[in-house]
Design a protein around this ligand. Structure first.
Ligand SMILES: C[S@@+](CC[C@H](N)C(=O)[O-])C[C@H]1O[C@@H](n2cnc3c(N)ncnc32)[C@H](O)[C@@H]1O
Length: 250
């Protein structure tokens, strides 16, 4: 049974994000100070056991099983000194921030010069953690915001290939297409279309599982678009404080 449950709940975007966290964590020296900014349930904390790991989250989303945060705070005002952290993990959070530029400047403030930050976030995803869901970001918006926040962009890439995006879209179709005749179309035609909708839902569910699996074998990027972007950012080595807003880039 657990084989089928795992098959049906497997999320290839989370698989890719775990890979990104593994690669990021592997480059962090033992004992380095890491901030997980907007940690939530801290799903990747176990990868940072060799570090001194701290977390920050405002813990405002009801019904969410938060891991205990080191700092319960808004990310636009983290109660620590300048340049405290060697590394920052900032994944799947920026879409939830009404003022992303302010938070990026704050993350830049608490990061050491030469320190690195792992970012991920959606280009394409349904509303979630309402009402704290504000934006989706193109790669051009991300580059602009990161540079305005005082970061160098070392890498900006698709998190998952198009198969991961398709898997997500098919999963949504399987869950959300209606089966009640009146929800499909008024009158008798609604009843006639029920078997077709049932077929579409079951087919979409099966194809979603297939595409999630294909995503784990190949990151297809020659067409389509990603569901999320991933980035590695760094704070320039000579930089003690974030730039004033509007000041020229270093
Ligand atoms: C989708 S979860 C991401 C959790 C985790 N980083 C991950 O990758 O799975 C977004 C998290 O950001 C937190 N968050 C949203 N807005 C915040 C804010 N203004 N200040 C601090 N945390 C915030 C939420 O409480 C939530 O735990």
């Amino acid at each position: 049974m657990s084989f089928f449950r795992n098959l049906l709940t497997f999320n290839s975007s989370r698989y890719r994000l775990q890979q990104e966290n593994e690669a990021f964590a592997a480059k962090i020296p033992d004992g380095a100070l890491v901030l997980d900014a907007g940690a939530g349930e801290a799903p990747y904390r176990y990868l940072y056991q060799h570090t001194r790991y701290e977390s920050a989250d405002f813990e405002q989303v009801s019904q969410k099983a938060y891991a205990p945060s080191t700092y319960v705070c808004d990310l636009k005002d983290i109660p620590v000194e300048d340049c405290r952290f060697d590394f920052i993990v900032f994944t799947q959070v920026m879409e939830h921030l009404p003022e992303p530029g302010t938070v990026l400047a704050e993350l830049n403030r608490v990061l050491k010069p030469g320190g690195k930050m792992l970012y991920s976030g959606p280009l394409f995803f349904e509303e979630h953690e309402q009402p704290y869901d504000f934006y989706r970001y193109t790669q051009y918006a991300l580059r602009h915001l990161f540079e305005q926040g005082g970061f160098d962009v070392e890498r900006l890439d698709w998190l998952e290939g198009y198969f991961g995006t398709v898997a997500y879209q098919l999963g949504g179709m399987a869950r959300n297409l209606p089966l009640r005749p009146a929800d499909i179309t008024p009158g008798f035609a609604g009843y006639l279309l029920v078997p077709i909708f049932l077929f579409l839902k079951l087919g979409a569910a099966g194809c979603s599982v297939l595409f999630h699996r294909l995503e784990t074998r190949l990151k297809f990027q020659r067409g389509g678009y990603p569901k999320n972007y991933v980035a590695i950012l760094s704070k320039p080595a000579g930089m003690q404080q974030p730039r004033e807003r509007g000041a020229p880039a270093l």
